[in-house]
Design a protein around this ligand. Structure first.
Ligand code: FEO
Length: 392
């Protein structure tokens, strides 16, 4: 795809990665992604904002074919999907200075061995004149790493937001064409990348209220010409209370846990609780993460394997703990043959969750009548707790 004009003198010069299916060797990318870089030409100086994944260097360099000079290379974020081509850009433009936060410098020196003399570090709120255009640097730690910053082009009211407000979505649309279609990839991306940093994002969202923004240009996915759509979505994911929803990741080997899951789901749904059920034998981790954004309760279903939880259930617990969703309640259901420490072990894997543990239901062999009554009791507790807190 060729370079594309956003405004006169402001161009998208990134790369669309239609075929990538896994990010960080962890996150599924069902819709591919993009690495957005932007060229801003002022009357006196030229800035390139971010680079692209090194695999896509050929595309970036093609966009820069007719750009004889770059004065500043702005690194909003040190992760290699944006910074990986920085050394080659600096080689191509030997007079260019690399502009980043002090923490960004530290990270880029460590990851890419960029020499000290190429850097200019900028403080929070500092500006850089390109002549008739001005870049303002807004330090925004933890969207996604501690060094992250946003760059605001005041004259055009464009916020280059780095990972914040992005989506893993390969598309030929420069701008979001349909808010409805963009919602799910944006929420999925929030769940996978941003959710652990909700507290920081809360502060950044409040600070951004002080800026007039016509366009949000993130470093992944299409740009937002209606910033209110993505900002409202972020506000709801960050500020809204959880919903009357249970997320139920589970795995079953010989059917006992499956029977328990089926029963619990039936009772919860009959009582008006929404359930998002994921069989971990074949689950897209991104969909599970997305379900956790606004759920009130997590119930993990697991059989016992060699005394502990099934590894797939352990992975779900570990992942949820890392993503730090705003869950209020957690429980565990499952089965064993001759002995189990699945509950103790799973409990030990979720120290980050500030959630109340509801009495687990762990049964020997196939569930019997008493076990179903225990599941009734768990369902009743969930319903009551959700009502008590006004989760709708
Ligand atoms: Fe898109 Fe944190 O890199």
């Amino acid at each position: 795809m060729r370079a594309r004009q956003i405004k006169p003198g402001v161009q998208w010069v990134g790369a669309v990665d239609w075929d990538r299916r896994l990010f960080d060797a962890l996150i599924p990318l069902p819709d591919g992604t993009s690495y957005n870089a932007y060229l801003v030409q002022g009357s006196e100086k030229v800035a390139l904002i971010d680079s692209v994944d090194p695999e896509m260097w050929d595309l970036l360099v093609a966009h820069l074919e007719d750009v004889p000079v770059i004065d500043y290379l702005i690194a909003n974020h040190g992760e290699q999907d944006h910074s990986g081509s920085i050394p080659r850009v600096l080689d191509k433009y030997p007079d260019a200075r690399l502009v980043t936060t002090p923490k960004g410098k530290d990270i880029l020196m460590a990851l890419l061995h960029v020499p000290d003399e190429r850097f200019v570090t900028v403080g929070d709120g500092e500006t850089l004149s390109l002549g008739d255009r001005t870049l303002e640097f807004i330090h925004a730690p933890w969207v996604h790493w501690p060094e992250t910053m946003l760059t605001y082009l005041a004259e055009e009211r464009i916020l280059f937001s780095g990972d914040l407000f992005g989506s893993h979505l390969a598309t030929s649309d420069l701008f979001v064409a349909d808010d409805g279609q963009a919602y799910e990839p944006s929420k999925r991306y929030f769940a996978e990348i941003m959710m652990p940093f909700r507290t920081s994002i809360e502060k950044h969202l409040k600070r951004l209220e002080g800026y007039e923004i016509d366009i949000i240009a993130p470093s992944h996915g299409p740009l937002h010409a209606r910033p209110c759509f993505i900002m409202e979505a972020y506000r709801s994911w960050v500020f809204d209370p959880p919903k009357n929803t249970v997320v139920l990741p589970y795995v079953s080997m010989h059917g006992s846990t499956q029977k328990m899951v089926n029963y619990l789901v039936e009772v919860l749904v009959a009582e008006g609780v929404a359930v998002k059920q994921f069989n971990l034998a074949d689950t897209d981790a991104g969909k599970l993460a997305m379900a956790l954004v606004d759920a009130a309760t997590l119930v993990i279903g697991t059989p016992t394997v060699l005394v502990g939880p099934h590894p797939a259930a352990a992975y779900a617990a570990f992942l949820t703990n890392a993503l730090r969703p705003g869950l209020r309640f957690v429980s565990i259901i499952g089965s064993y043959g001759w002995g189990s420490k699945a509950v103790e072990q799973l409990k030990g894997m979720i120290p980050n969750l500030k959630a109340e543990l509801l009495d687990p239901v762990i049964v020997k062999g196939l569930p019997v009548e008493d076990d179903y009554r225990a599941l009734d009791s768990l369902a009743r507790t969930i319903v009551e707790k959700h009502k008590e807190h006004g989760f709708a």
